[in-house]
Design a protein. Structure first.
Length: 60
């Protein structure tokens, strides 16, 4: 991880931005392991994700 953190810093990322990226990546990895572990249906997941995006874009 130090190599990638160094690259991010060279690219101008702040410590706060790096910490946020690490936190987001951690959550994505955790959720991916969980969904795969319970054999969640990928098609259902994509349908639900589309509904969430639709709702977010509608402003409701």
């Amino acid at each position: 991880m130090p190599f990638l953190t160094g690259l991010a810093q060279l690219g101008g990322a702040s410590d706060e931005e790096i910490a946020e990226a690490i936190a987001v990546a951690s959550g994505v990895a955790r959720d991916s392991v969980y969904l795969n572990g319970i054999s969640y249906d990928h098609g259902q997941f994509m349908d639900e994700l589309a509904q969430v995006a639709e709702h977010a874009q509608s402003g409701d």
